[in-house]
Write a protein that binds this ligand. Sequence first.
Ligand SMILES: [Zn+2]
Length: 491
Amino acid sequence: MIYTYYRHFYILHLLFYILHFKKASTIFTTNLNMPKIHSFSPKCKFTVLFHILKVFQMRYIIFLIALIFISLTCSPRSVRHFLTLNEVEQASPNAAQLKTATSGSQNSCANQLNYVPDANHLDHSTLRLVRLNFHIMRNGKGKGSFKKAEAVQYVKDWIREANKHLSKNSEMNLPVGNNTPLLPTNYRYVLAADPSIPGDEGVYFHNDDELCYFVKTGKNKNNYVKTHFTKYGVQKGKVLNVFMVPHHPDSIASKTYKPTKTGIAFVREGAIKVAGNYHHYTTPKMKNGKPFNRGAWYFHGIFNHEIGHVLGLHHTWRSNDGCDDTPHHANCYSQNRKRKECIDGWSNNVMDYNTHQNSWTPCQIGIIHRNFAKKDAPQRGLLVPTWCKLNPEKNIYIDENIVWKGAKDLEGHLTIRKGGTLTVNCRISLPKNGKITVKSGATLILDGATLENDCGDQWQGIIIEGSGSSKGKVVFVNDPVLTDMENPLEG
Ligand SMILES: [Zn+2]
């Protein structure tokens, strides 16, 4: 508990100083004007001095006690201290003054729309980093796919191209004339090496005749088998494992087989398989008489699409994907003037089959971030835990009436400033040493909320500023849970 009495100590110090000055000048004056004092015996001098000091000492003690008493009883409560339980205002869920602020129910924590970034307060959302590693499947002789150096470069290019589209979300093509808000996707990919493997880069090579190729049909069909993951997966559950499985050379040689870019997602495992990279990398198309290389950039769409499945998204054109902003449509691959429905009706959404795959709707972004925020979701396990270490650049300041209806992992301190009211309905994780400050004239309403540190550490606690009627206010509704605090609430 912090009690800041510095003002009182300052006054006390000043008074002591005056008293000292008075005492010193009194002795000095006495000595000057009473020369007889010099004729006292040493013993007598000592006794006189002792009595003088005793008197002054008594005065000091009485003065000190009086001032401490005054500061404890008469002055307002400290201006900055950790919240105590008896300062908390308990409110019923139906209290009229809270109705508008707590319109969200506890179910709000599972609603994807409550995880859509707030366009007016983009700093309230967190950029998530998804860890990836890559597996290059080759035949038993180590052939049929990328060599080591070119694979590592390809993988880095692939991540860069996919991230480029994630960072430049495009407006939706559909429905025609739509005004769907364009919001940041707020997630990116990072290559994740295994710290337990010396010199590891997060790119692995597997020479395996049985699992080498991507087979879509026939008795050797293996596109849906999970064996690649179970046999070769690295950092399972912590890193999204990407398997690059080439088309079979016999299939490619067939005139009827199309070695297209294609893929499969394994949501629970946190893995994807993609086929076609090596074929397109090594087989340039001729365009205007010149070779046109379809390298890593060409696979950004399928990459974001398959990872979109892992992160919780579904196809949009005919299924119920849980979003109202992704309309059903004819699933045209691109604009096709020979097909009436494809003249204007082609999609650019990442979860359709189209040539663009570069648009994420607010609802789709919400689904992904709901899964990232859900503590037992497999998607959360794939993230770099950026919420564990305090980052002062990620401090959040609340100046208005704000309601957080979805869970959040804060990376910096949270401050509610004068005139601001923050209502928290779900879980909030604070980083180690992170704190919440409720400034003078500000309000924090914890409505069924959980405040915690999700890294096994402690956050500092809630600091209240101000005094009297303008003191920062904290309101509890629906039994919030506050845990992992260095300064827990005391009565
Ligand atoms: Zn798909």
